[in-house]
Design a protein around this ligand. Structure first.
Ligand SMILES: Cc1ncc(COP(=O)(O)O)c(C=O)c1O
Length: 453
């Protein structure tokens, strides 16, 4: 029996994607799965996992009330109270934009919220503006069900500063060009701090984006998931600090606050991707009501709700957690940085937030461009390491990769050992032209054989 046309469009049969998906189910573990794949391609932070699992285990209790449908499907009242307090304390909104529990809509993760936002803000075929490279999830999140059209803004040309004023002008040009093609742009997504680039927008550039959205009467969605995942090193002292759009004194004058929507969640700053929980902070009453309507689908579990609330209310644990987290992220960053420098592999300097570095491996591709990038990915999977390729971030320049460094040190060392083998081999012998991406079984079988040698 066939599926609906909608469902058929969402079938993913790309062999490269399937190989990665399979790798996730065959994760490296020094003791139990030494031939598994080292995953350095996912935006996860495991550096605080021991403390977090202990805290969550000790604090997990479920009351009979939490076994019911509870306070409805936009997050429990205690969670929304705790979140409003946390966001006011950490994002420092201007008085006009103070967050109240009433501005917070909770879902099972920000992915679900992005899907719902695209559904609520666009008609099928209308545009959402995003600069490239971009967080890989933005595309499926806004396209798959809502059928919004991503209007990608080219920002990777030599000499263009992704976080600068020329980038804003390019967004404006992209709006006009899209409209020339009959695509009405309804929203802009900013990712601040940025995934995959690991940096923040300076306040004066944020102001330009606010003005741009007002000029074109479009919504501004600000993804601030990595707000507190910051680290200080001797190499980033002159990089812009994080500024939430809620905290800019000029925000209320530059945009109608109803058109500004902030995304936040538990996955990144709270190191808990698996405890699916995220939220939107919005003052737009109609948007909020419509999200409450469809929020029944990605209704968050009371288990995650309870755990996040406990975390947010435990001031002592929270303070210790954030201080130690930043320190560990900085240490892991320095480890990867030194490794890349020793290997003479360039990367984007001055990063301040997030779990990854944006690494330039164009040298390894020779003249093979995108095919070369895919071939390199395939080689890496063959030796059992996965880093995320630029293609998945909508990068228009083949050869960039995002490497996550916030994994246990022993895992990072093993992953880099495998990556180093491939880099050395390609430098010695060149990147042999592939015959197209292999299927899952083939990649796995070859990988096992190589690791055994
Ligand atoms: C920038 C950004 N937004 C959203 C998400 C999705 O978050 P969640 O786990 O809450 O769905 C991610 C996850 O990698 C991300 O990096």
């Amino acid at each position: 029996m066939s599926l609906s046309k909608r469902a058929e469009k969402s079938l993913d049969t790309d062999p490269a994607f399937m190989a990665i998906y399979k790798a996730l189910g065959n994760k490296y573990d020094a003791h139990t799965n030494a031939t598994g794949t080292v995953i350095l391609g996912v935006a996860e932070n495991s550096l605080m996992a021991p403390e977090l699992s202990q805290f969550f285990t000790q604090n997990f209790s479920i009351t009979p009330y939490q076994l019911t449908y509870g306070d409805g499907y936009s997050g429990s009242i205690p969670l929304r109270n705790a979140l409003a307090k946390h966001l006011n304390e950490t994002l420092h909104p201007t008085p006009e934009l103070t967050v109240t529990p009433d501005h917070v809509v909770v879902t099972a993760g920000v992915t679900a919220m992005l899907d719902m936002l695209a559904w609520a803000l666009t008609e099928p075929g209308e545009g959402i503006l995003i600069g490239r490279p971009l967080y890989s999830g933005f595309l499926p999140d806004v396209v798959m069900r809502s059928e919004a059209v991503p209007v990608l803004v080219e920002l990777e040309e030599e000499g263009i500063d992704f976080f600068g004023a020329e980038a804003v002008r390019r967004h404006e040009t992209a709006i006009r060009e899209a409209e020339g093609r009959g695509v009405k742009v309804r929203a802009l997504i900013l990712c601040n701090p940025h995934n995959p680039l690991g940096k923040c927008y300076p306040p004066e550039i944020l102001e330009l984006y606010l003005k741009l959205c007002t000029r074109h009467n479009i919504h501004l969605i600000s993804d601030e998931l990595y707000a507190l995942s910051s680290y200080r090193t001797p190499n980033n002292t002159s990089s812009p600090a994080f500024t939430s759009l809620l905290s800019l004194p000029s925000t209320p004058a530059l945009i109608d606050p109803n058109n500004l929507h902030i995304l936040y969640g538990m996955s990144k700053d709270f190191g808990s991707n698996g405890l699916r929980l995220g939220c939107l902070i919005t003052r737009h009453q109609d948007l909020k009501s419509s999200l409450l309507g469809v929020g029944r689908f990605p209704w968050a579990s009371s288990a995650s709700d309870v755990l996040w609330t406990k975390f947010l209310l435990d001031e002592e644990f929270k303070a210790r957690y954030f201080a130690t987290n930043s320190q560990r992220i900085a240490e892991s960053y320095m480890f990867l940085r030194e490794w890349l420098q020793e290997r003479r592999i360039p990367f984007v300097e001055g990063t301040t937030h997030g779990f990854f570095m944006w690494v330039d491996m164009r040298e390894l591709l020779g003249d093979q461009g995108r095919e070369g990038e895919r071939r390199l990915m395939e080689k890496l999977l063959e030796v059992g390491v996965w880093i995320a390729s630029g293609e998945s971030f909508g990068s228009s320049v083949p050869g960039w990769f995002r490497i996550t460094f916030t994994v246990e040190r022993e895992v990072l060392v093993e992953g880099l050992r495998r990556l180093g083998r491939v880099v050395d081999e390609v430098r010695r012998e060149g990147l042999v032209r592939g015959e197209g991406v292999k299927g899952v079984e083939e990649v796995e079988a070859e990988g096992k054989e190589r690791l055994a040698n």
